[in-house]
Design a protein around this ligand. Structure first.
Ligand code: ZN
Length: 139
């Protein structure tokens, strides 16, 4: 088994910015000679998260609306009381979603559905430079 670690750099707008990173992950995988295994993408930072979705403008809006419902930006957060950085909602949303995703691959192709894209969501309340860790384990 081989382990390969790469990074994807992103500039985000923050404020629940939803970014399709499928092609970037596929590009990292395609540069390896691994046939079968699993690719994990992880965000270093506690205000970002990863999942999959059918990436189209309607669902991008629906996901933003969903997070606004479960952790409203204008809510009262103890984190903001303690740290005064105003991004308590971003931390709660990120913890709920989780900081990583793993996708199996076969014959160097990720096993994603046709309408299933990998997305990174930046919940922070300001634009950020992000470094996603892409770790590929396979043979
Ligand atoms: Zn904070």
């Amino acid at each position: 088994m081989t382990v390969i670690t790469k990074k994807i750099k992103l500039s985000t707008k923050g404020d629940t910015d939803i970014i399709d990173i499928t092609w970037q992950v596929a590009a990292v995988l395609s540069k390896t000679d691994l046939s079968n295994g699993i690719v994990t993408v992880f965000v270093k930072g506690s205000t970002g998260g990863l999942t999959t979705v059918e990436y189209e403008p309607g669902l991008v809006q629906d996901i933003k609306a969903f997070f606004e419902k479960i952790a409203p930006k204008s809510g009262l957060y103890e984190h903001n009381v303690r740290w005064h950085d105003g991004n308590g909602y971003a931390h709660v949303r990120a913890s709920f979603l989780g900081p990583s995703i793993s996708v199996p691959f076969i014959k160097n192709q990720m096993e994603l559905g046709t309408w299933q894209q990998i997305i990174f969501i930046d919940f922070d309340n300001r634009p950020r430079s992000r470094e996603l860790i892409v770790q590929i384990m396979g043979e």
